[in-house]
Write a protein that binds this ligand. Structure first.
Ligand code: SF4
Ligand code: SF4
Ligand code: SF4
Length: 349
């Protein structure tokens, strides 16, 4: 299969400094995508073999990129193609509101709590994100476009669990298309102690998910929930959707998890996630990186589930291979054997 979905990280900079952000544990320098690289990617995406879905996201806030408006114009509003943007919606001027209202199929806005929790986690007022969504809805109505193009992303932990039901209500009031809940991906022992998933499901979380499902159903809202406990089935949405990520620096990674290096806590065990690139988009066409033998073999392995599972391996406490993502005990590289995304704990659009 060709590349069907491309996540483009226009920048790794952000206008917020959220308490749970991956960027807090990075050693790499934050940067915008170089103009030549953006130009190369744009011409390939718009070419006949370009992916059907573009997601402007990554680890960073796409709206602070100098190319954001250009990207909306280039990738939005194409017949049979889809443009998704993930954003904190913190600083949208009127021009941006109009462009997002008209060009974007789905804008996923991060709302992780009501006023108190949102402010603590994001260091910004919730009212700004709400006002941006309302302005986008109003701009769509003025343009005669049907419904809202906004969704809400909620990263759940014990720090904001009390607000989850209110955020679902808020999303319904804002006429959101969808609410996606994801568990926090812990990068410190303190965060690890605050997650709501485990080997077996937590009773409080089970009750909460039942309440959220019923609330969403009553309000006619589409709700996507993560798993609460370890299940045998593994499903990597990046591989299943024939997706790749190109970082602001041009690295072509198979997924968000392997796009940058950071520490990760997997059911209490620390792991160093190492950035893994199958090619450099600044030098090599995306299709050639995608068809390269190492990348194609990796996708086959993950798609057919022929890789080990550290999460239920008796050797995990003594095994050095599960200390980082460089390789697994089947000689697979990089290692997906501990991945919280393929277990359904971490979700993204
Ligand atoms: S908005 Fe996203 S990228 Fe920016 S600091 Fe918060 S979590 Fe990180
Ligand atoms: S790498 Fe293999 S042996 Fe080591 S913990 Fe994972 S599954 Fe077990
Ligand atoms: S299984 Fe996890 S680490 Fe492997 S490609 Fe999918 S998201 Fe990335």
């Amino acid at each position: 299969m060709p590349l069907r979905k491309l996540y483009i990280e226009l920048t790794s900079r952000c206008n917020l400094d959220c308490s749970m952000c991956y960027r807090r544990t990075w050693s790499e320098r934050e940067a915008d995508m170089a103009p030549e690289l953006f130009g190369r990617i744009k011409s390939q995406v718009l070419g006949p073999e370009g992916p059907g879905t573009v997601v402007l996201g990554g680890i960073g806030e796409p709206s602070v990129s100098p190319f954001f408006m250009d990207a909306l114009e280039a990738f939005g509003g194409r017949r049979g193609r889809e443009l998704v943007v993930t954003s904190n919606a913190a600083e949208y001027d009127d021009r941006l509101v109009e462009a997002v209202a008209r060009r974007v199929d789905l804008l996923m806005v991060s709302i992780d709590g009501m006023d108190g929790a949102y402010g603590r986690l994001r260091g910004a007022p919730l009212g700004t994100a709400i006002s941006t969504i309302e302005r986008i809805n109003a701009a769509r109505a003025r343009a005669g476009l049907p419904g809202s193009n906004v969704g809400v992303q909620f990263v759940l932990s014990r720090d904001n669990v009390a607000d989850a039901a209110s955020v679902v209500e808020l999303a319904a009031d804002l006429r959101a298309k969808v609410v996606v809940l994801s568990h926090l991906l812990p990068q410190t022992p303190e965060q690890d102690a605050r997650v709501m998933y485990g080997r077996t499901a937590d009773d409080e979380a089970k009750r909460l998910f039942a309440e959220l499902a019923s609330k969403a159903w009553r309000r006619g809202l589409s709700l996507v929930l993560p798993r609460l406990e370890l299940k045998t089935e593994r499903y990597c949405s990046f591989i299943e959707n024939d997706a790749a990520v190109v970082t602001a620096g041009g690295a072509v990674s198979p997924c968000y998890r392997l796009a940058h290096a950071y520490p990760e806590y997997v059911l209490g065990r620390r792991k160093e996630v190492l950035a893994h690139s199958f090619g450099d988009a600044a030098r090599t066409p995306l299709a050639a990186v995608w068809d390269g033998p190492a990348y194609a073999g990796f996708r086959r392995t993950v798609f057919s589930n022929r890789y080990p599972s550290c999460l239920d391996c008796d050797l995990a406490d003594g095994c050095d291979l599960c200390r980082d993502t460089s390789a697994d005990c089947h000689a697979g590289t990089p290692s997906c054997a501990d991945c919280p995304w393929s277990r359904g704990f971490t979700l993204c659009p």
